[in-house]
Design a protein around this ligand. Structure first.
Ligand code: SF4
Length: 277
């Protein structure tokens, strides 16, 4: 939940309401995907919500108790499995999230490194007798001292041994910044009377969410009702929104009130805002 949203917002708007709605793994496993996505709406990274739901269904009532078994659950990679196992069950395992990777690159002055090398460095540094505190300390150090833009080497408890001290930005070798592509599909709002056609996304990206149709071609009878822009981490959208009363064969028509109860992506929420003014 914390990928791109501030802690305070996550706690108030998402974390506590989510736990209230799904207080146990069983409650989450028995919920529909629509209900889970609705509680996640606005957070982005919807594959996490889908995986959380799937993982709850895979483990039924109890979370597995070892990193090896945790890693078999949907959406749980090695670092997350190690984090859960070290924090919850005291397993002596290191983690390798973005903060820890950044510290390792700098501490060992690595210009580049494969994931396997970073894992081996993280085991090398781990205090195996106290993995819980060690992992917590690495996360805090990465969040507060060895930060991406403004690392505080003079304040750092690792400064004496760190090989990247004084020139942290050299590790790893900075990558040239890529321009994000901008896509410009039309967003087509089909209306019949009081009802609008919505489509459920079945692709991996935004899978399970409902939304208006996007198309590269413009229907013959349509009028522009607005323009929206939206930025994802890997591309941007700049779209004309067109209202059309063309007769289309479609099963799912909703009133505005019904649309508000569906889980929509950020883009489709912006389109909905154009319709409710
Ligand atoms: S000394 Fe500087 S570069 Fe090294 S770990 Fe600390 S903050 Fe990061």
């Amino acid at each position: 939940m914390l990928q791109q949203t501030q802690v305070k917002t996550v706690l108030e708007r998402y974390y506590f309401p989510f736990l209230q709605q799904f207080p146990t793994l069983q409650a989450l496993a028995h919920a529909s995907l629509d209900e889970v996505l609705k509680m996640w709406e606005g957070l982005g990274y919807y594959s996490r919500a889908r995986n959380l739901h799937k993982a709850a269904q895979m483990c039924r009532t109890e979370l597995p108790k070892s990193a090896k078994e945790l890693e078999l659950l949907a959406g749980i990679g090695t670092s997350t499995a190690h984090a859960i196992a070290s924090f919850a069950y005291g397993e002596a395992l290191p983690i390798l999230d973005a903060n820890v990777k950044r510290i390792l690159y700098r501490y060992f002055a690595l210009k580049e490194a494969k994931p396997s090398e970073l894992w081996s460095k993280s085991y090398e540094l781990l205090d195996a007798s106290n993995a819980y505190d060690f992992n917590q300390a690495m996360m805090d150090l990465g969040a507060m001292v060895c930060t991406p833009k403004n690392p505080q080497c003079p304040l750092c408890p690792l400064a004496d041994a760190c090989q990247g001290v004084g020139s942290p930005h050299d590790y790893p070798t900075p990558k040239p910044k890529k321009q994000k592509p901008i896509k410009t599909p039309y967003i087509l709002v089909y209306q019949h009377g009081e009802k609008f056609a919505l489509f459920q996304n079945h692709k991996r990206f935004l899978g399970g969410l409902w939304g208006f149709k996007q198309s590269d071609s413009k229907p013959s009878k349509s009028k522009k009702i607005g323009e929206i822009t939206h930025h994802y981490s890997h591309f941007g959208l700049k779209c004309n929104v067109l209202l059309s009363s063309d007769a289309i064969e479609h099963k799912h028509w909703f009133s505005l009130k019904e649309i508000e109860a569906l889980a929509l992506s950020g883009v489709d929420k912006k389109v909905l805002a154009l319709l409710v003014v």
